[in-house]
Design a protein around this ligand. Structure first.
Ligand code: FSX
Ligand code: SF4
Ligand code: F3S
Length: 373
């Protein structure tokens, strides 16, 4: 059980992590919130990070763009930026490693031997399987051989990004190099997948922090994805959902509906068939972040096999949930005689959220067009 006196002093935290105790606790609370853990978990996380040995991480790169690493290490949030390398011991990473050639390979083998059965193997990028796997080689080994060797003694294998999860962009038909994901290449069902191109760094970090704090991986779905991150449709958490339900769509980039922030479904948004927490966790750091739909671009379904990189952007998403037929429009048409009071009453009777009711009231009296309806 966590005891507050166990937590290192302010000076200890500042010295080790280079952030204030307040920022450190905010980070732990964000991790707990990301995973939907109950009250008190933030303190458990704080205790684990400050007291336990950092897990050794071996990080491999195959066919990819390095966006996963970029999104993790190019954070502008001071806490995240400083904490990543203090939570994990990154013992081998092909793109940020200072060592090269035989020296780098020797460091990998040494880290694996020292931490046998305890290290985390993180794989970024797809694995080409065609023609004996010759289309991607590192240190004289094919991606497949290297991954198999490193996975054999790992405590857990995490496939970060869509490429490592199922093949991602390199596996797009006609897939000339026979690219596939780690689970399929190794024929294993126990691989954690964190899809996304790139994936949200918080989902990766939360998975590692869960492993560190509780000694086991978080709950996974049948595709190996942590359910805390991939358990809900984007469409169900989207800030434009009220527009979808009310039938208000952007029809072209830059049209009046697009400028007003209407739903992007008719521009090909795949949010209705894509499972991810992008709208709630956001990118580019907690609190100040944005996400694709928030910036006006349709979701391309980058976390979903056969959607991201395969389904054309102009193709409409398959709806898993239909708009409710009795849902009141969020903006009354001009000249219908609706008053602020009557619109608010409709919202209240229909059980709409307070925010939606306020939206109605806020938009009444403004000149509306038929754009996007
Ligand atoms: Fe790139 Fe990672 Fe996409 Fe792939 O992210 S952002 S191509 S998922 O493996 O580097
Ligand atoms: Fe949001 Fe896309 Fe769903 Fe529209 S279709 S509500 S933009 S996720
Ligand atoms: Fe990818 Fe869609 Fe999220 S494109 S980043 S799953 S909003």
């Amino acid at each position: 059980m966590y005891d507050d006196s166990d937590l290192k002093t302010e000076t200890d935290i500042e010295t080790r992590f280079g952030v204030s105790r307040r920022d450190f606790m905010k980070f732990c609370a964000a991790m707990a919130a990301t995973m939907g853990l109950p009250k008190g978990a933030d303190a458990q996380i704080a205790a684990a990070i400050t007291k336990k040995e950092r897990p050794s991480v071996i990080w491999l790169h195959h066919q990819e763009c390095t966006g996963c690493t970029e999104s993790l290490l190019r954070s502008e949030h001071p806490t995240l930026d400083k904490l990543i390398l203090d939570i994990i011991s990154l013992d081998y990473h092909e793109t940020v490693f200072a060592a090269a050639g035989h020296q780098a390979e020797a460091a990998r083998k040494a880290a694996m031997a020292k931490n046998k059965g305890k290290y985390l193997l993180v794989v970024e990028g797809a694995i080409p399987m065609k023609d004996g796997g010759i289309y991607c080689k590192i240190g004289g080994q094919t991606s497949f051989e290297l991954t198999k060797e490193c996975a054999a003694d790992a405590a857990a294998v995490v496939a970060i990004g869509s490429c490592a999860s199922w093949g991602g962009m390199p596996s797009t038909p006609p897939n000339p190099t026979g690219s596939t994901g780690v689970a399929e290449a190794l024929g294993r069902k126990d691989i954690v997948t964190i899809p996304g191109c790139p994936p949200n760094p918080y989902n990766f970090l939360a998975t590692v922090v869960h492993f560190l704090t509780f000694g086991k991986l978080p709950a996974l779905d049948d595709k190996g994805r942590p359910t805390f991150a991939y358990g809900r449709l984007i469409h169900d958490n989207c800030e434009r959902r009220a527009h979808f339900d009310a039938g208000r769509f952007a029809l072209e980039f830059g049209d009046p509906g697009h400028k007003k922030g209407y739903c992007l479904y008719k521009l090909g948004c795949k949010g209705p068939e894509t499972y991810a927490n992008c709208p709630s966790i956001l990118f580019n750091d907690v609190g100040t972040g944005s996400w694709p739909v928030g910036t006006g671009h349709p979701c391309i379904g980058c976390t979903e096999k056969h959607i991201g990189f395969e389904k054309p952007i102009h193709a409409l998403a398959d709806l898993k949930t239909n708009p409710p037929t009795g849902y009141p429009r969020i903006v009354e048409e001009q000249g219908t005689g609706a008053t602020l009071a009557s619109a608010a009453a409709v919202a209240a009777v229909a059980g709409l959220a307070v925010g939606a009711g306020m939206k109605i009231a806020g938009n009444l009296g403004k000149s509306e067009t038929k754009d996007g309806e």
